[in-house]
Design a protein around this ligand. Structure first.
Ligand code: UDP
Ligand code: MG
Length: 155
């Protein structure tokens, strides 16, 4: 459990805006969707990740046919690392991102609207509270996470 989650159902989840989302100029569009859903930004950084970092992050997929392509893609350009906090944030963000294969994604999801293919599906998000705890801690120190109530009164 991350700091500031004493409230029931409050969760922090890890999102990565993948290199094609960054290069495609939709960082702001994607983050705006999360803010409009009353998720607050607990941590945010843009940078390149190393092959070693990508390999460790996606350790559950080591040995699968798409693994090398996945690591190649994730290291092909800068990514945005984002920790998002809110009510049932893990499932909420999975729903907003849409199915892994954009061909199966619902209209209105980020992957339906922007992803050209399963391999380049624009966004990552944690798939369970346990994954979220591991993934947030993988990229961010506790001291880098901030806490504030999400609001939409200026939107
Ligand atoms: N992936 C792929 N081919 C596959 C399955 C996954 O290229 O058959 C890629 C895809 O980009 C996906 C990532 O590997 O986002 C991680 O796969 P996972 O099953 O964890 O999907 P996610 O949790 O991202 O929806
Ligand atoms: Mg996954």
């Amino acid at each position: 459990e991350q700091p500031g989650e004493e409230q029931k159902h409050m969760q922090t989840t890890l999102v990565i805006i993948k290199p094609n989302g960054v290069q495609g100029g939709i960082i702001g569009e994607i983050i705006a969707r999360y803010e409009k859903a009353r998720l607050s930004i607990a941590a945010l950084r843009i940078r390149n990740i190393t092959r070693e970092e990508a390999d460790g992050f996606y350790a559950e997929h080591r040995g699968k046919g798409f693994f090398t392509e996945l690591v190649d893609f994730m290291t092909s350009g800068p990514v945005v690392l984002l920790a998002l906090r809110g009510e049932k944030a893990v499932e909420a963000v999975r729903q907003m991102n849409g199915a892994t294969n954009p061909k199966n994604a619902q209209p209105g999801t980020i992957r339906f609207d922007f992803a050209p293919s399963m391999g380049e599906n624009v966004v990552h998000s944690s798939d369970s509270p346990e994954s979220a705890a591991r993934e947030v801690a993988y990229w961010f120190k506790d001291s880098e996470l901030v806490n504030y109530p999400a609001a939409s009164h200026l939107l």
